[in-house]
Design a protein. Structure first.
Length: 387
């Protein structure tokens, strides 16, 4: 939910989120060929060898390629950028946009830890940098969750909760508030702790577009739990807050929440036994995300669609959707585990082993009590004959 808000003006840069750099601002958001972005990236990559220490070139290459289809093209610039401007929190953070797109979680984590260190140094000079730290904490939580490091993810939530809202520049106040709610919501949903997500509370006195984040999380959880009453309650509150957003000083945010609204509607429909409608709504959102991309730390609708199909005992269809999702959001913990489960159910044991192996590789060295990891180890051991 806060991801949509970042796309409409409540994000770490503090400006309306327009595509930048040369031809990039004029690139239609619905152009799935990314013609404008490719043109910008081609120009910038041609200049980069001539001016390898120019921070703006690397920065805008990342912006040009900050979508699932092009992220790999910016990897060289991403790896170089942090070394060009190591004292700038935003510069050190920016490579993680590409690392997150490509599922390079350890690189993502290193980038954002360094960004927070740079931010702390600037804070000691009494500069307003909390928005930079909030942005990095969001990326860190998401990355830690993908490697099964729940403790690491929880540290980011606690760090944000301990921050003083007064330290946030007024321009970024609602972004700060949004992350206070979104962090726990993401933590619960990614860990499949549906009852925890069902108990998410809106932030009192926050704008309506911040309060509705809690009801988005509740709706997803209620759908997984098949709790019709809870799902309808979440949808009702979400609808009311969405209408209040339309009447708020920032009505444009409501337009950007169309996809998220459909996700809430989908899970409410699913909880009510209307699986066909739920699948149609989620597929619509997933198809839209495939065309125009999504925020780096946003939960993929395609993966949700696959989860729903697997719950409906339609593993072959679920496997297809998981694999599509993993192409745009590689190395996601739940995407890999879901694909492995679906492959197992359709007797594609070799494919299941591949996904389980990748999951365990991503989480290597992490002390985790996730039951998915224990199950993956057991099934791989069984498949190899060790059990």
């Amino acid at each position: 939910m806060a991801d949509a808000m970042k796309r409409t003006g409540i994000h770490a840069s503090g400006t309306r989120n327009r595509r930048r750099t040369g031809v990039v601002p004029t690139a239609p958001a619905t152009d799935k060929t990314y013609a404008g972005q490719k043109q910008a990236a081609e120009i910038l990559n041609r200049i980069l060898p001539e001016q390898p220490n120019h921070p703006g070139i690397a920065h805008y290459i990342i912006h040009s390629c900050d979508n699932p289809a092009m992220a790999s093209l910016a990897l060289p610039a991403a790896r170089k950028y942090a070394g060009i401007a190591p004292a700038s929190p935003h510069a050190v953070h920016m490579p993680s946009h590409i690392f997150a797109r490509l599922g390079l979680w350890q690189d993502d984590i290193k980038s954002n830890l360094a960004a927070i260190k740079a931010s702390d140094k600037m804070a000691s000079m009494h500069l307003h940098v909390l928005h930079h730290e909030v942005h990095s904490l969001d990326f860190l939580e998401y990355a830690y969750l993908q490697i099964g490091d729940d403790a690491g993810a929880k540290v980011q939530i606690d760090t944000l909760a301990a921050a003083k809202e007064a330290d946030a520049d007024p321009e970024y106040r609602d972004y700060f508030e949004a992350q206070l709610v979104r962090g726990p919501a993401t933590y619960a949903l990614e860990r499949r702790q549906w009852k925890d997500a069902l108990n998410l509370q809106p932030l009192a006195e926050a704008p309506p577009y911040v309060q509705l984040i809690a009801y988005w999380g509740r709706a997803v959880a209620a759908g997984h739990l098949h709790d019709r009453a809870a799902a309808q309650d979440a949808l009702k509150h979400y609808d009311e807050l969405l209408e209040a957003t339309r009447n708020s000083p920032k009505p444009y945010i409501a337009d950007a929440l169309k996809n998220e609204h459909q996700v809430v509607q989908a899970w409410a429909a699913y909880a009510g036994g209307k699986s066909d409608e739920a699948l149609r709504l989620l597929r619509s959102v997933a198809d839209h995300q495939d065309k125009v991309g999504k925020a780096e730390t946003e939960l993929p609708a395609r993966e949700m669609l696959a989860d729903m199909l697997l719950d409906l005992q339609r593993p072959q269809e679920a496997l297809t959707e998981y694999e599509i999702s993993l192409r745009t959001d590689p190395n996601r913990f739940n995407g890999l585990y879901g694909a492995a489960q679906a492959a197992t159910q359709v007797q594609q044991k070799e494919k299941a082993s591949t996904y389980y192996t990748q999951l365990l590789k991503n989480c290597k060295g992490i002390r985790s009590d996730r039951p998915e990891l224990a199950r993956a180890k057991t099934l791989l051991a069984y498949a190899s004959g060790d059990l």
